[in-house]
Design a protein. Sequence first.
Lengths: 373, 370
Amino acid sequence: MAFKRWRAIAVLMAAFALVASACGGDDDTTTTAGGGDGGSTAAPGEVLKVAFVHVGPVADKGWSWAHDQGAQALKAQFGAGIEITTLESIPEGSDSQRVFEDLASDGNKLIFGTSFGYMDWMLAAAENFPDSVFMHATGFKTSANMGNYFGAAEEGRYLTGMAAGAATESNSIGYVAAFPIPEVIRGINAFTLGAREVNPAATVEVVWTSTWFDPPKESTATQSLLDKGADVIAMHQDSAAPGQAAETAGATWIGYNTDMTEFAPTAWLTAPIWDWAPFYIKTAQEVIDGTWTSEAFYGDMAGGMVDLAPFGPSVSDETKALIETRKGEIISGAFSIFSDPIVDQSGASRALGNIFTEEHNWFVEGVVGSPTG
Amino acid sequence: MTTRRLIVEPRGLASARLVVLVPVLSVLAALVLGAVFLALTGENPWTVYSKMVDAAFGDSRGISETLISATPLILTGVAAAVAFKMLVWNIGAEGQFLFGAIFAAGVGIWLGDGLPAIIALPLVILAGAVGGAFLASISAIPRVYLGTNEIITTLMLNFIALAFMNYLIFGSNSPWRDSAVSTFPQGRPLPDSGRIPEFFNRLDYGLFVAIALAVVAWVMIEKSRWGFEVRVVGDSANTARYAGIGVPRKILGVFLLSGAFAGLAGSLFVAGPVGALDPRSLDLNLGFTGIIVAALARLNPIAVVPVAVLMGALNNAGPSLQSIGVPPETVTMLQGAILVFAVAGEFFIANRVRRPDKETTVATTGEATA
């Protein structure tokens, strides 16, 4: 008796599965038909399929969010001429190769990967799918159909350092940093130089978190700096957690990536921010025109990839004017952040060296903490 | 008393047909529930399911990628199955997997390119077993001789293993870290002689090693004298003692074996698709997912294989669903639903549910209201 009912359910389910697989067959043909497989570049008048792959959620209001804003600007620019696929929270590592290859085999002709750890796997996918253009943010490897792009965040770091130097009363600035790698160290050094331009007595204390995005951990690190007497908090992190901790403690805060005023309206000073939109539009146009070539693109403030977020309520007009003047000089090329030779953490004068490689593993004068993590 | 009552009674030995039918129906029921959920959130379930099938099995690359994802899950699944069979609650497959990866990468790097692959590769793979068993021993020995709770120790060691791997790559200039790369800390690549050759797209021979090991585990547990004694201990430690079985040694053996299987998952993954101790590639909860695989496979090492393939397929379908606008959480939900249904289905294998006969007044063993 009971078994009869089981059998009935089984038959129903089997029917269900059959229908599902039958529909699957139909859908297949429709999705691949629009893929435009075969052509090496998008023909004029054809819809260009563009994909973005992010390591975190685009709602993080930080790194991934900034890239997604660029993607939305891209869509606004090309409208129906472009179709964008966005994949969020895709772990870096060997698994990501499959994700990039899936996108390429789905007919995406331009694929952006916005996190460092995708690099080697994207390179492998690019080799297997020579008809798609792959663009990797923050990396250093290129191939015939893979380029990379990044920007001079250090320019924004220097200017935000000026805001922090002016804001600190204890002369102690805390800096919550992700990983001891050249990119982050470069930012800390530029920031410290900026802070000490306006306040030679200021020091910058660094705490490492070993994570790009981990709000509780970022918060704990911030608290440790506040407890040691820091009254301004800067960060190389992707969440707003350090700002919220600073706001609670009555300290001020330099953010990163985007305008994060809303998370800590009182504490907010400013932040180095990214505008990826012009680069994404330029790249898509090149792919459409068939003029794209592989390169390592390094954007800057003059080109608009790096900018400064709006100032918070506590930044004085005097400081604003000072920063704006420097910003103008950075854009015009009249001022360069790193000058050779330079005084390091130990007080010794040294050659600047290459700031983009492992050679840049030392701190400038005024930084408290270890550059090796 | 009323006809609205159902009688639940233990089934004793369930028929083979039922043992196969119930899990399959459970998965289908989960998919039906998923379809309802998808329809309610405005997605077309047919589109979603066909996209999932297409992504996981639609072409040769999809199939090979599904099998790549399944390979470590087979072994972490076997690791959990072997331990749980004897009521050893080793939930440390995650950490043992990472230690397997650390040992394997360490041996591969240490050997360098000096040895032929026929010697180097087995050493790299075996190092994974040693690494996994080593981490398991830290929980196993106190469990056996001091009676500490292995659930807590294995769980905590997962975090220590993860932190240790991160230390080797991010926090130190260890031999595991690639000194040639100057911008971001990453794992040093294994020499070619320590890599498992690929034979079908990115898929490597590690798959066959994993399947063979699953069969070995099955034979050990189900067919050997040792396995029989292990099962006796699992059923009743006291009975085992009366029968003269050395319970502590059995528990220790099973614990280390479980750790070794999880460690082998790590070495096959490192020597296979990843090729280095890369924290970003390894921190994927493959050990924890192995527990789900084992539960779905009813702790049968052979059944672990198809279940691991199913989980691998579900895993790989996730990003593809995003490309048609379905949030990634949906796949997570579907995985969860399948697990819940499978565990619930277990109830129907162990028990018979029937309407009371006309003359029956009181249920004998237990009852549930419908």
